[in-house]
Write a protein that binds this ligand. Structure first.
Ligand code: NAP
Length: 518
């Protein structure tokens, strides 16, 4: 069994006391333990600020970009081993690629952004100089400088690689050191990646620290220059957002929480048409990729009343061909949930959804899966159908974090928009239609409640990266229940780790101060 040590204050340290055990999602075997008890979290934060911060801030954007590139190369050379570790939390090869390759690609994207779009300086100017006096001897200009604290990442279990790297890339580029705290059930992958990066010798001392186990009292030691980037459930997000020390010091907090993402089918789309086929494919992919354990997964399927039964029949047909089991077995397309507790929680969630919807496909209580270990955390995809969407409440409120989605029939576009908004703010929504007016109206109806919208026709669907795939060029996050945060989106997320400052004074002096970044 592996002991997942923490990498803090320049060394690998074991925690004390009773450790948490990580179990293999397919075999149920104990694979690792993690404990952070006894770590000096105040010293961890100080080490990042005092060692890692000056080292990163001493580098130009181009040097930081080169560092990201080397980090991507190091991880890329070890991809096969990392896929093997991803199998321990139930990932199929496709799931592992999404997590591992997606994370490495995000590092590469920010490396490119830093080297091509940013100057060879250590700060940025923002916009042009503004004349502020009649004679022109008093002017203003905004600059961005790196914060001088640490970025604390607290991540969810479903993306131990991508979740870590998508936060690390923009923050490193900004010049701020990271303290990474992966979710314990899948922490082995993050641990190994950090071990590879530390072992490569490319990281400045103190720039990357790792906590395996609980976050302890770290949040009590954060100050006004620090940043917290959280991904996980809405419930934990609320606790972090209201943490007294973070509130008292106005620590920047970004929350990426759960979300009841929807997909809307237009009334113009006839069953059997290309658009219909792409729509069905999208839903099937979202329900089964990573066994539905994606914050961006489609949970609510909004379709015109008249197409409802055709959609349900097509989804049933598609789902029946998905082989669920041990991802190591040939032909298996959907692996297990993270652990058996997650299966129990998902089953309970489905029981609640059944108050307002009927199961039309899948048995949440199925226990036998061909060729799979008895201990595997497996669950069939479950499709529900809600006959009275307006009267429903839990269906618009409870996220079942597994291969579960519900079909709702709508009677008008207004109703579809109303139902979509009942999710209370989502990460992503999709609209499938060839009708331009429908798409435009649906877009503006859904937009205030979403962080990202895929407005699809059959032409775009052919080349689409998919509803659930987050691209670093575009923002990831959403309003309301989705956490109200924003990540990625190109340079936007780099600015998040910097302070924007309005400089005022003699324009010549401002030009001289700003010249390295212009
Ligand atoms: P979680 O239980 O909320 O845990 C998330 C992280 O918070 C873990 O690292 C956890 O550590 C830590 N944590 C738990 N309690 C804490 C506390 N009181 N103070 C500080 N940290 C604490 O979520 P999860 O079960 O790992 O992930 C699944 C959820 O994440 C789903 O709801 C999913 O929708 C959401 N998610 C959202 C996004 C997004 O980008 N919006 C992406 C992925 C997942 P331990 O594991 O050690 O307890």
């Amino acid at each position: 069994m592996i002991t997942l040590k923490s990498y803090v204050c320049g060394e690998w340290q074991s925690g004390e006391g009773e450790a948490r055990t990580l179990r293999h999602a397919v075999t149920g075997e104990d694979i690792a333990t993690a404990s952070s008890e006894g770590l000096n979290f105040a010293a961890v934060a100080d080490y990042g600020r005092e060692k890692g911060g000056p080292a990163l801030r001493g580098m130009s954007f181009h040097e930081r970009a080169a560092l990201l590139k080397r980090m991507a190369e190091t991880l890329n050379e070890n991809r096969k081993e990392l896929y093997g570790i991803a199998a321990s939390y139930g990932a199929t090869r496709g799931d592992a690629k999404m997590d591992v390759d997606g994370g490495i690609a995000t590092l590469g994207f920010y490396a490119g952004l830093g080297s091509k779009k940013l100057p060879a300086s250590r700060f940025l100017t923002d916009g042009d100089e503004t004349r502020l006096s009649k004679q022109g001897n008093f002017a203003g200009r905004h600059i961005y400088v790196p914060l001088e604290g640490v970025a604390v990442q607290i991540n969810a279990y479903n993306f131990p690689s991508w979740g870590m790297l998508e936060k690390l890339a923009p923050s490193f580029l900004a010049g701020i050191p990271n303290i990474v705290k992966p979710a314990t059930p899948s922490a082995w992958l993050s641990f190994r990646m950090v071990e590879l990066l530390v072992g490569s010798g490319i990281l400045p001392d103190g720039s990357l620290q790792l906590i395996c186990g609980s976050v302890g009292d770290l949040l009590d030691h954060l100050e006004c220059q620090d940043v917290v980037a959280f991904t996980g459930s809405a419930a934990t997000g609320r606790k972090i957002r209201s943490h007294p020390n973070l509130v008292a010091n106005s620590v920047r907090v970004n929350i990426e929480a759960d979300s009841l993402n929807c997909i809307v089918l237009g009334p113009d789309v006839a069953p059997g048409s290309d658009t219909f086929v792409y729509f069905v494919k999208e839903v099937l992919g979202e329900m089964t990729a990573k066994a539905g354990q994606k914050c961006t997964a489609i949970r609510r399927i909004l379709v015109p009343k008249e197409t409802e039964s055709a959609v349900i029949e097509s989804l049933k047909e598609g789902l029946s061909s998905v082989q669920v089991g041990d991802p190591a077995v040939e032909g298996v397309r959907m692996g297990p949930l993270i652990d058996r507790d997650a299966v129990v929680t998902a089953r309970k969630g489905i029981e609640t959804l059944k108050q307002e919807a009927d199961i039309v496909f899948g048995d949440p209580n199925r226990r036998e899966f061909e060729g799979a270990h008895n201990e595997a955390a497996l669950m069939e995809p479950v499709l529900l159908h809600c006959r009275q969407p307006e009267a429903a409440s839990v269906l618009h409120d409870i996220e079942v974090f597994g291969p579960v989605a519900t079909v709702f029939g709508y009677e008008s576009l207004d109703q579809a928009i109303r139902l979509a908004r009942r999710g209370g703010g989502s990460l992503v929504g999709s609209i499938f239609s060839e009708d331009e007016d429908f798409c435009t109206e649906a877009t503006f109806g859904l937009a205030p409640y979403h962080g990202r919208l895929m407005v699809m026709n059959s032409k775009a669907a052919r080349e689409s990266t998919g509803h659930g795939t987050v691209m670093p060029h575009l923002i990831h996050g959403g309003p309301g229940r989705a956490g109200g945060g924003e990540e990625l989106g190109g340079l936007r997320s780099v600015y998040h780790y910097m302070q924007r400052v309005a400089l005022q004074g003699d324009p010549e002096r401002l030009r001289r101060i700003c010249s390295p970044a212009i």
